[in-house]
Design a protein around this ligand. Structure first.
Ligand code: PLP
Length: 395
């Protein structure tokens, strides 16, 4: 890997130079006034990205999985009932994590390529007259299938059922790339990480915690130490961490927030939507299908593309890497060998996206896929070209 080409995996994402410079700083004393001074504004700017004013942001040195674990262990007890939809590898892994913590997970099995079914969640909650279900888990953006779920609809279903369960949302591959509204959607725990929309290396789990979730911490019996919200929130309030913080990552996060807020969150979302639509038009021009079952489910951060019968998507991603030095996401779980994924999130422009589409065309042609060179690129170009002036006037 030469590092000359962008990656098209759905995280970790390309790190823009501005952030690479910010990350390369010399060690700084994490107890110095300078460092203590940056943490509070970082946490308060993160609230803008989560779209919360009432919630608290807590970060841990961890990946997104650590964020799941922190959310679950701080607010639930072994034996608690949890309701979750399984429709891809990441919703599956979150369920697995809950089960390993001794939670009693009721799983709504969905076809991969579907979203979390708000109607079924509402029905199940309405039937829970004894209010035993403590948590509803939703994966906002299922990175394995390129499917976005309607979190607002899940919240409405919970409210219609007048159910007090808390709403836990995995926003690992959506936050800072696609609209996320923690307060408006009544999300109690929102989990994300540094390596996707924030354009940083992996290493920080970033969790939004509602007041209700913070109150639940006192009664939650799942064992935790490193991930205890109380230790972290208490230390953060004094400008520090309960242990050594990842100083450079927090400095990088400062710059990442500057970049996102300078561009404007709504412009960031619009950029992702435009790039994603161009990618989907390319897929369509190739005559291939995306994994997401309906347009309302299309993710703006990752597109999972089904390969034609008789082809193996791993061969394609391996070949793109070996022959052209470009990484695309492999198919995960049920999608292994059947789908490849085009990550289009984070630090990306439409020109970069076109290079990825052109690479895929060369790789597919090399492997005798029935596609015409340039067909997908042309479809995306046409879309980017014809919508350019509207995008620029909004910038
Ligand atoms: N949730 C989603 C939707 C993801 O895409 C990922 C990783 O890709 C995770 C959770 C797990 O995060 P991590 O790999 O950072 O632990």
């Amino acid at each position: 890997m030469t590092g000359q080409n962008p990656v098209f995996i759905p995280g970790p994402t390309n790190i823009p130079d501005r952030l690479r410079f910010a990350l390369s700083g010399q060690t700084e004393d994490h107890r110095s006034p300078d460092f203590v001074g940056i943490l509070a504004p970082v946490l308060s700017d993160l609230k803008k990205v989560f779209k919360t004013t009432s919630g608290t942001i807590i970060t841990f040195p961890a990946s997104g999985t650590g964020g799941w674990e922190a959310a679950v262990t701080n607010t639930l007890s072994p034996g608690d009932k949890v309701l979750a939809a399984r429709h891809g590898m990441f919703s599956h892994r979150w369920i697995d994590l809950c089960q390993r913590h001794g939670l009693d997970v009721e799983i709504i099995e969905c076809e991969w390529g579907e979203g979390a079914p708000a109607d079924l969640i509402g029905q199940r909650l309405a039937a829970d007259t004894r209010k035993e279900i403590k948590a509803v888990l939703v994966t906002h953006n299922e990175t394995a299938t390129g499917v976005v779920s309607d979190v607002g609809a899940v919240r409405r279903a919970m409210d219609d059922a007048a159910h007090p369960a808390m709403l836990y949302v995995d926003a690992v591959s959506s936050l800072a790339s696609m609209d996320f509204r923690m307060d408006e959607w009544g999300v109690d725990l929102a989990v994300s990480g540094s390596q996707k929309g924030f354009m940083l290396p992996t290493g920080m789990a970033i969790v939004g915690v509602s007041r209700k979730a913070m109150e639940a911490v006192a009664d939650a019996q799942c064992p935790r130490c490193f991930f205890d919200f109380r230790d972290m929130a208490g230390a953060n309030a004094k400008g520090g961490f309960p242990y050594t913080p990842p100083v450079q990552l927090i400095q990088g996060l400062r710059k990442s927030l500057d970049m996102l807020l300078e561009e404007g969150l709504e412009n960031v979302f619009a950029r992702h939507a435009r790039i994603a639509e161009g990618v989907r038009r390319a897929v369509d021009a190739w005559g291939l299908q995306v994994c997401a079952k309906e347009p309302r489910l299309y993710s703006d951060t990752v597109t999972a593309v089904l390969v034609p019968a008789g082809f193996n998507s791993d061969t394609l991603t391996n070949h793109a890497y070996d022959a052209y030095d470009v990484s695309f996401g492999v198919g995960l779980g049920q999608m292994a060998g059947k789908a490849f994924r085009i990550g289009h999130l984070g630090s990306l422009t439409e020109v970069m996206a076109l290079s990825g589409l052109a690479t895929l065309e060369m790789a597919m042609k090399d492997l005798d896929y029935p596609i015409k060179l340039g067909s997908g690129v042309a479809a995306a170009q046409e879309y980017y070209r014809s919508t350019k002036s509207a995008a620029l006037s909004k910038a």
